[in-house]
Design a protein around this ligand. Structure first.
Ligand SMILES: Cc1cc2nc3c(=O)[nH]c(=O)nc-3n(C[C@H](O)[C@H](O)[C@H](O)COP(=O)(O)OP(=O)(O)OC[C@H]3O[C@@H](n4cnc5c(N)ncnc54)[C@H](O)[C@@H]3O)c2cc1C
Length: 483
């Protein structure tokens, strides 16, 4: 596919970063004024940072997007390759970590058996299992880095409890568990699955019919990323916030010209880490990575009230199969979100929608009294929503991220499309992508799961497929896959 770029509509504005958000007016760029979120209540001093007053005229590597993917890529470039000696610039449309990463549920939960059986059906047992194994390695690597760099981000290594309150769903989940254990996968030894009368007593969720547990992590994602930002800025990476890339075009000599409202800059290599918004610059991804909104909130109990301690993270599914992810925090508050089944039919409220300044109307009341109606012993706690917000995810047609060299292009890389599931995926993906960039190696030489590789096949399958055959809006029954 030839290099195709697209001019994005922007509100050009050259005044100071903090005072003048110059993010988008279209679906291609983040909204100007994201709603408040608990995680960003206390802004980091580098949130609106610009490394220099003027945009540099050239950088060897330009990374578009300062969320988890962009910042982790820069971190691995400078920390894993200390003799790299290349200039690196990150362009960020809004403040640093103001996208999905700064607005999510803080749950770093590898997929042991959720989507893995589907990936196995589509591409074989090995291709599916390697995703679970990669995500488990990610969690361990994340923990190691947080400890080594002494990052204060409330990281916990915990057990994640999966709960099913619908009897039919519970027996289907048990069948999946049995299938996965029968595959002989070593990592499944970490999973404990329970059915029977004592399930409610094990997980604490009222009317639970089945539950399972395995190792996962919880954290304060904004604090994690902003500490990495500090480290990379100290290491010489240029960060330019409130500087959206509006187009990327070839310079005719193997490099690229990147347009921004603050002027043009030249790059030798470009990394697209702008997740939900990637098709704004790479339109071939329009049907592969679609901006979709999610909702999340923080629940607190009044001062003086002691609510039962939850010391596990959760995925809860109600009797009517509404799914919520939940993490407890050491301050006694709860972060919980999801409820997609409640708003799914209101497509205008979430699908192909980048407006994280407004809540999802059909779901905004769902978490009122959530703790009281869900957990044993919380009935009289008066727990209530303290803050509620939305965020924009990059949903992918086949549920897998797109990582690697942009098909048909040289020196252009993509790391995007993480759905509601970037936390246990991005860390090592960025590390491996950094290897590709530095050592000029193909995707196949990395340790990333094969199904993560971006490819013309995947691009075309979504472009030519119907939305109702893909995973985002429909059945996921698109034609048989190949990596
Ligand atoms: C409500 C909610 C809850 C979630 N909960 C969880 C969870 O508990 N666990 C989990 O694993 N995942 C969760 N996710 C998903 C997770 O947050 C994402 O998968 C992950 O953060 C993606 O990281 P990213 O860096 O790719 O994207 P982002 O964090 O969105 O970063 C992309 C950045 O690119 C910038 N940008 C966009 N366009 C341009 C441009 N043209 N020029 C310059 N910059 C640009 C954006 O402003 C943004 O800062 C949740 C997401 C949401 C919204």
């Amino acid at each position: 596919m030839p290099a195709r770029t697209q001019e994005l509509p922007i509100r050009a504005d050259n005044s100071s970063a903090a005072a003048s958000p110059i993010a988008g007016t279209s679906k291609c760029l983040p909204s100007h004024m994201p709603g408040e979120t608990f995680w960003q209540t206390s802004r980091h001093h580098l949130h609106d940072h610009r490394s220099s007053e003027e945009l540099p005229s050239h950088s060897d590597i330009v990374i578009i997007g300062a969320g988890y993917a962009g910042v982790a890529t820069a971190y691995h470039l400078v920390k894993d390759h200390p003799s790299l000696n290349k200039s690196i610039t990150i362009l960020e449309a809004r403040g640093a970590c103001s996208g999905a990463t700064g607005r999510n549920g803080g749950h770093a939960r590898p997929d042991f058996y959720g989507h893995i059986p589907t990936y196995m059906d589509r591409a074989g047992a090995e291709a599916g299992a390697e995703i679970a194994e990669f995500e488990i390695r990610n969690l361990r690597a994340l923990k190691k880095t947080i400890e080594q760099e002494k990052i204060d981000c409330d990281f916990t290594l915990t057990r994640s409890i999966d709960v099913w309150c619908n009897a039919d769903s519970a027996s289907k989940a048990k069948a999946v568990y049995d299938r996965m254990t029968a595959e002989g996968l070593e990592y499944m030894e970490d999973v404990a699955f329970y059915t029977g009368n004592e399930v409610e007593g094990i997980c604490g969720v009222k009317d639970a019919k089945a539950c399972a547990s395995f190792t996962a992590g919880t954290m304060w994602p904004y604090k994690f990323i902003m500490r990495l930002v500090e480290l990379i800025v100290d290491a010489g990476v240029n960060l330019h916030t409130h500087t959206p890339a509006t187009s990327v075009s070839p310079d005719g000599e193997g490099g690229f010209i990147i347009d921004t409202p603050r002027g043009k800059m030249h790059a030798n290599k470009v990394v697209y880490a702008n997740n939900a918004y990637v098709s704004g610059i790479l339109p071939q991804y329009k049907k592969n990575i679609v901006p979709c909104k999610g909702i999340c909130c923080r629940i607190t109990v009044p001062e003086g009230v002691t609510a039962p301690l939850l010391n596990n993270s959760y995925i809860n599914r109600t009797e009517d199969n509404v799914l919520s992810y939940l993490i407890p925090r050491a301050d006694g508050s709860i972060i919980v979100g999801g409820a997609a089944a409640i708003f799914k039919k209101h497509e205008d409220q979430w699908y192909d929608n980048v407006d994280d300044s407004v809540l999802i109307d059909s779901a905004k009341d769902y978490y009122n009294n959530y703790m009281q109606r869900t957990y044993r012993g919380w009935e009289n706690t008066a727990a209530k929503i303290d803050q509620i917000w939305t965020g924009v995810m990059g949903y992918s047609y086949d549920s897998n991220p797109h990582i690697g060299a942009v098909p048909g292009e040289k020196d252009q890389y993509i790391l995007a499309g993480f759905n509601g599931h970037g936390m246990p995926v991005i860390w090592l993906s960025a590390k491996e992508l950094a290897q590709m960039i530095v050592n000029d190696i193909p995707f196949e030489k990395t340790t990333m799961p094969r199904l993560f590789q971006t490819s013309q096949f995947r691009i075309d399958r979504a472009l030519n497929g119907k939305p109702e055959d893909g995973d985002i809006l429909g059945s996921g029954k698109f034609a048989a896959t190949k990596p």
